[in-house]
Design a binder for this molecule. Structure first.
Ligand SMILES: Nc1ncnc2c1ncn2[C@@H]1O[C@H](COP(=O)(O)OP(=O)(O)OP(=O)(O)O)[C@@H](O)[C@H]1O
Length: 217
């Protein structure tokens, strides 16, 4: 069975990084192929166990996260436990970023975007926007500036999904361009690229940044 895990990093201004993992259910194709589930989770302990296929006698590899969400967990539960505190901080003026990574088909879009027509399946992004704008609506004596960017990183290419040309690869600038010369498909390069983009997001236009700009009576 392929990996069905997607990880979500939650970054806050205090440099604390939280990583949670979500495991999706098997899809029709995997069920039809009689695939065996090799991933199990202990959600209470945030632990994830992965068996090596065909090596049942070997102990499973064990990984510990800040949270582990199994197939029974809903996006709402994930949002309340993982995203809510970060978005709440953002409405108080702190920067925050949530991003998902995982192999193709592991459930990143399902969690982050969700299914718009089904309230129970709404993703983290629409929930965060609702949270932010409800907070703004209730706030008294405060003006808010909301800025949003929407980027896709795919095969080390970065695209601005709100730009005029969503196919155009955005340029990555670094102090030393050789910092980013790991080559296509290189994990090393990908890690650097991610960090660079994150720091740019945090310093420049974080996704969903809300800044109280004026406090007036
Ligand atoms: N937690 C879940 N519960 C039920 N179905 C899920 C879950 N996560 C993902 N799926 C389903 O699995 C399929 C793949 O998910 P999704 O498209 O979100 O993957 P992805 O990681 O965004 O893939 P890609 O990187 O190719 O865009 C979709 O049909 C989605 O509805």
């Amino acid at each position: 069975m392929p990996f069905t895990l997607a990880s979500y990093k939650v970054l806050t201004d205090s440099n604390s990084v939280k990583v949670v993992v979500r495991c999706r259910p098997m899809n029709d194709r995997e069920r039809a192929l009689n695939c065996k589930a090799v991933v199990s989770l202990d959600s209470d302990r945030g632990q994830c166990f992965i068996e090596k296929p065909g090596a049942a006698e070997e102990p499973p590899k064990q990984f510990t996260f800040d949270g582990a969400y199994c197939t029974q967990h809903t996006t709402e539960q994930m949002y309340n436990e993982v995203a809510y505190p970060l978005v709440e901080g953002v409405t108080e003026g702190y920067n925050g970023t949530i991003f998902a990574y995982g192999q193709t088909g592991s459930g990143k879009s399902f969690t982050m975007q969700g299914v718009a027509e089904l309230a129970a399946y709404r993703g983290v992004i629409p929930r965060a926007f609702e949270h932010i704008f409800e907070t703004i609506q209730c706030a008294e004596n405060t003006k808010f500036l909301v800025r949003t960017s929407y980027l896709e990183i795919y095969n080390e290419e970065i695209r601005d999904l709100l730009g005029n040309d969503t196919k155009q690869n955005m340029e990555v600038r670094g102090r030393n361009s050789s910092e980013f010369s790991g080559g296509k498909g290189s994990n090393y390069s990908f890690a650097l690229l991610s960090l660079y983009v994150l720091s740019w997001l945090l310093n420049g236009m974080p996704i969903g940044l809300v800044t109280p700009v004026t406090a007036c009576c």
